[in-house]
Design a protein around this ligand. Structure first.
Ligand SMILES: [Mg+2]
Length: 438
């Protein structure tokens, strides 16, 4: 019998600010942009005024004129996060990080090793985090990931909900819940389901699959299994710094051309960010690794001011990193881009800013490529690479070396099969719906 805890810190950014500055404790505060910004996190005191995430800071001020607005300090949140995960690792090594303040823990083995019941361990974690960090977390303890996640998010803040591992009690918990609690069901889908008369998870469990398929598409089968309390997904170990998205490219002939390398880095970043968006996450840290022709390797990393899911935000950082790293007059054999410091879905801080437009642009590019292939739409760096290698985009097997006599740059080994989409652990399953950032 498995014992899984899902934990999620409550109003994380705002709680950390309150923990770090006692004057903010017990006050209505939000973390967000001071001017024309949106609320990234609201303390529970602020929520009592009807303030929620994401809403414009100006609107929040109208609801609560004495509201304290604090600019975000992501380094601080990452330090607190590392501390929380450190405490969790004392209880089990089997932790699957979902974002900076959220994870699954499998305590099945801990019962034997630590001779403590999962409930005791859950309480210990909650107590430790509260006592040492002055931040509260909410937890769900259950037999499956699905049940533990729902239980953990149902009664925030500072809650520990236990679902006894008996089929009838699990179903009694699951079936009356609104369908939006199933993974992957967003606002639009749940409205569509409601108009078809499906409002409760129990109803989904009893629907014929063909019927559900018309409503939910390819995810119908999995969602119906979830509704029937079937969930064997294991907790996959992903430690704090292992949760990342990385892509790399190895060149068939070593490269000396800076502009070409820049273009390759951008294309690698485009692909990595596609996965980030597909998982509904954001990232803050970009790492570039280079390997010289003599196998000497160097890597450097740099963090954005705030997390993002838009590749263009990372372009300037990568150029800067490359110029810093590539300091020998030696050809390169391989480059890699890694995105880490993964955050849950937060809206960007600037409400009317370019960010939202950039995100929409990226998503539109993605859709066009999905429909018409990579050549359906190309950015400047794609053109450059295309020009360098007219044959590069033709359908081919991964790892095939293509040589082209007329090309200005050497042909490359594209390792799609090997490392093309080497998402280390940002998995594209249905859990990508981290519905509430609470
Ligand atoms: Mg949270």
């Amino acid at each position: 019998m498995r014992s899984i805890i899902h934990f999620d810190a409550d109003a994380f950014f705002a709680s950390v600010e309150q923990a770090a500055d006692p004057r903010l404790r017990g006050r209505a505060i939000v973390v967000g942009g001071e001017h024309r910004g949106i609320v990234a996190s609201a303390s529970y005191e602020a929520r009592r005024f009807g303030i929620y995430t994401p809403m414009p800071v100006a609107a929040a001020r109208k609801l609560c004129p004495r509201l304290i607005v604090v600019p975000p300090r992501f380094e601080l949140y990452e330090q607190f996060s590392a501390n929380i995960f450190g405490m969790a690792e004392e209880l089990t090594p089997v932790i699957e990080k979902q974002s900076i303040d959220e994870a699954y823990m499998d305590l099945t083995g801990s019962r034997l090793c630590l001779r403590k019941e999962p409930l005791e361990l859950a309480e210990k974690l909650r107590r430790d985090v509260k006592d040492w960090l002055k931040v509260t977390i909410s937890q769900g303890l259950a037999r499956t990931k699905l049940l533990s996640q729902i239980a953990g998010k149902l009664h925030k803040p500072d809650a520990l909900i236990v679902i006894p591992p008996r089929e009838e009690e699990e179903l009694a918990f699951l079936h009356p819940l609104p369908v939006k609690w199933l993974p992957g069901i967003g606002e639009a889908t749940s409205q569509r389901m409601a108009s078809a008369g499906l409002t409760r998870i129990g109803q989904v469990a009893h629907m014929p699959l063909e019927w559900l398929g018309e409503l939910l598409g390819s995810s119908a089968r999995t969602l119906r299994e979830f509704a029937n309390n079937v969930d064997d997904r294991p907790v996959v170990v992903a430690k704090a710094d292992a949760l990342s998205y990385s892509h790399q490219e190895t060149f068939a002939t070593d490269v000396m051309d800076v502009a070409h390398i820049q273009a390759v880095l951008r294309r690698l970043a485009d692909r990595a960010f596609e996965s980030v968006r597909a998982d509904g996450k954001q990232v803050r840290t970009v790492t570039v690794k280079i390997r010289y022709t003599d196998m000497d390797e160097h890597q450097g990393q740099s963090s954005l001011r705030e997390p993002t899911d838009v590749e263009t935000d990372a372009y300037p950082l990568m150029s800067h990193l490359l110029s810093r790293l590539w300091d020998r007059r030696v050809r390169l054999r391989m480059v890699q881009v890694k995105l880490s410091n993964v955050y849950g879905p937060q809206r960007q801080m600037d409400l009317f800013g370019v960010r939202e437009r950039q995100r929409r642009l990226s998503q539109t590019c993605e859709r066009i490529r999905r429909r018409f292939g990579d050549r359906g739409l190309m950015r400047e760096h794609d053109w450059r690479l295309e020009g360098a290698q007219p044959s590069a985009r033709q359908p081919s097997r991964g790892g095939v070396v293509r040589q082209n006599a007329s090309c200005r740059h050497p042909a490359r080994v594209r390792q799609e099969g090997v490392s093309g989409v080497s998402v280390v652990s940002g998995r594209r399953d249905l859990e990508r719906s981290t519905r509430r950032s609470g």
